[in-house]
Design a protein around this ligand. Structure first.
Ligand SMILES: Cc1cc2nc3c(=O)[nH]c(=O)nc-3n(C[C@H](O)[C@H](O)[C@H](O)COP(=O)(O)OP(=O)(O)OC[C@H]3O[C@@H](n4cnc5c(N)ncnc54)[C@H](O)[C@@H]3O)c2cc1C
Ligand SMILES: *[C@@H]1O[C@H](CO)[C@@H](O)[C@H](O)[C@H]1NC(C)=O
Ligand SMILES: *[C@@H]1O[C@H](CO)[C@@H](O)[C@H](O)[C@H]1NC(C)=O
Length: 509
């Protein structure tokens, strides 16, 4: 017996036929599960969406994922010599529970941990270098910055505490119709204020010193988002959490999660670029009308189109990122929302570092720093310089000191010139450059973030990047959009935009 006749019987039995008929007639097809869903983009957002959509809608629905480039999107590796290295999104926080759950589900191990060591470069010299001794670091920091350091850890922790609430809400099936509502459910008004203020404003008002912001906080926002402490307070907190200990990566490359999710979700990968999406209204069996989305795409063999019940856009709708025309929608949907994406150039160099570039007299054979962050000084060319390890750590591997030829990753806003490279490296065996439109250029106070819901059954996952861009943020958004799509399809309004979930679910823990 199909679920539709079952529900009709139940309605008749309850004597609700007369009243029930109306809602059935207005949305006749919506009682059945959808037949076809399209996901546009196969980065971590799109592939996680496919995974969660399968979970919500079951085995019967056909899920197509469109991707003209390589699966993984901003997660990408390049080969230097014998090994592969991450060139895009590289580190994951220990409390990023979706990412953790994905690798467990897919049976992929985390990459073997290689201890890191940080230093800060002000354009002339190294102003700070982490010691191997925790107590030495601690005393140095206390000496220079008083309790700013401890207070920062407490501040980030308090935000993380609220952030973690999203996992419980999603576990219980709750979803949110906008980025603002999602943030509000996690951290109330204080989270909305965070997105609307600069990190600098937030931290100054919390009593942090300007010198601490310049010396310590700015280098962290520069390495993670290529921008200053004028990014919003929320992405700023995400960035500072990204300087925590216990960060991890996926063995063999982070993009393996994307191919794994795609496979696990039993979706079909269509290697094509989506060019436009239009809404089509069709009469249905019962005489009422239903709407479909016509997805037009081009691949190697030309252009084609297909009809879908639900579409999830999992690529930024911004200049230079994607160019999808939406037609037949009222109100119209723009191809590009306001706001720009920030360029970060990732240059991998297999070569020998010029130690005098860092203004240090330390012998290269003793220099084992992995991450050189930079302060925000006029004319600074690089955002960071890191000694990086392969995506798969071979047995017995130790990070070599700077006296050996190895792979360095430089983040900068513009392409490095030959002269700049020559200054930084004594010799170069190979160089590989990737120009990313990496993450939004954050300029709070923020106008409204783009919506999750573009049209009845057309969703937009990357709206979340305006709060913060990270793998886990795309995964959270993917789960949210899958839940939203499910609840709206089955008219379960009670699972959308519920207020005060934190108090209501407290007893359930
Ligand atoms: C240099 C760099 C460093 C980073 N470091 C970190 C980090 O350490 N930790 C972290 O968590 N995050 C990091 N990030 C951010 C993180 O990589 C992104 O937030 C995340 O990967 C975004 O995933 P996504 O799937 O939402 O988008 P994307 O990965 O951009 O995926 C979108 C996909 O859609 C495809 N597409 C575009 N247009 C169309 C179309 N018309 N039709 C079909 N497909 C289309 C694209 O080809 C792309 O594959 C970093 C990013 C960069 C660039
Ligand atoms: C190393 O860097 C210093 C300082 O930037 C520069 O003067 C020198 O020419 C560089 N050395 C080499 C071998 O490139
Ligand atoms: C953010 O600030 C702008 C301008 O100050 C204001 O219009 C907007 O409502 C604020 N948004 C939130 C979510 O507080």
């Amino acid at each position: 017996m199909n679920p539709r006749t079952l529900s009709l019987r139940a309605l008749l039995f309850l004597g609700l036929w007369q009243t029930g008929w109306r809602s059935l007639a207005s949305a006749p097809e919506l009682q059945d599960p959808p037949k076809k869903i399209a996901v546009v983009g196969a980065g971590i957002g799109g592939t996680a969406a496919a995974f969660f959509l399968r979970q919500e809608f079951g085995a019967g629905v056909k899920i197509d994922v469109f991707e003209p480039g390589s699966v993984g999107g901003r997660l990408e590796t390049v080969k230097m010599g014998d090994y592969e290295y991450e060139t895009g999104g590289s580190v994951i926080h220990p409390l990023n529970l979706h990412m953790k759950h994905f690798i467990e589900k897919l049976g992929i191990p985390p990459r073997k941990d290689v201890p890191t060591k940080m230093a800060i470069f002000d354009g002339k010299e190294l102003t700070f270098e982490e010691s191997n001794w925790f107590i030495v670091n601690f005393l140095r920091m206390l000496w220079r910055y008083g309790f700013n350091f401890l207070r920062m850890q407490m501040w980030v922790e308090s935000i993380l505490d609220k952030f973690m609430r999203i996992y419980q809400y999603q576990q219980y099936g709750y979803s949110f119709s906008s980025v603002e509502r999602l943030l509000h459910a996690m951290g109330g008004d204080s989270f909305l204020t965070l997105v609307n203020e600069t990190l600098e404003e937030t931290m100054i008002s919390q009593g942090f010193s300007q010198i601490f912001l310049n010396d310590i906080v700015a280098p962290i926002t520069r390495v993670n988002y290529g921008q200053s402490v004028r990014i919003n307070g929320f992405v700023g907190a995400v960035s500072l959490a990204g300087a925590d200990s216990g960060l991890w990566a996926v063995d063999g490359g982070n993009k393996r999660v994307c191919t794994g999710l795609l496979y696990h979700s039993k979706s079909e990968l269509i290697s094509a670029r989506v060019t436009s999406i239009s809404v089509k209204v069709r009469p249905s069996k019962t005489g009422a009308t239903t709407s479909f989305y016509e997805v037009n795409y081009v691949d190697a063999s030309g252009s084609a189109h297909s009809l879908y019940d639900i579409v999830v856009i999992a690529t930024p709708l911004h200049q230079g990122k994607s160019d999808i025309a939406f037609s037949g929608f009222s109100p119209p949907i723009p191809s590009h929302y306001p706001g720009r994406y920030h360029q970060t150039v990732s240059t991998l160099v297999h070569g020998l570092l010029n130690m005098s570039y860092l203004g240090t007299a330390e012998p290269a054979s003793k220099f084992t720093v992995s991450d050189v962050l930079t302060t925000d000084t006029k004319g600074s060319v690089i955002n960071s310089l890191s000694s990086i390890d392969p995506v798969h750590i071979p047995p017995g591997y130790n990070r070599p000191p700077a006296s050996q030829t190895k792979v360095w990753k430089v983040f900068s806003q513009h392409s490095l010139t030959q002269e700049q490279l020559q200054d930084m490296f004594i010799s170069r065996d190979s160089v590989s450059e990737t120009k990313w439109l990496a993450y939004p250029t954050y300029h709070p106070p923020h106008r409204k973030t783009p919506p999750f819901i573009l049209h009845n059954r057309l969703y937009y996952l990357n709206a979340v990047e305006w709060a913060a861009s990270a793998m886990e943020m795309s995964a959270i958004s993917a789960r949210n959009v899958a839940l939203l799509a499910h609840h709206r399809w089955h008219q379960q309004e009670g699972k959308i935009d519920q207020e005060d979930l934190h108090t209501r679910l407290r007893g359930e823990l």
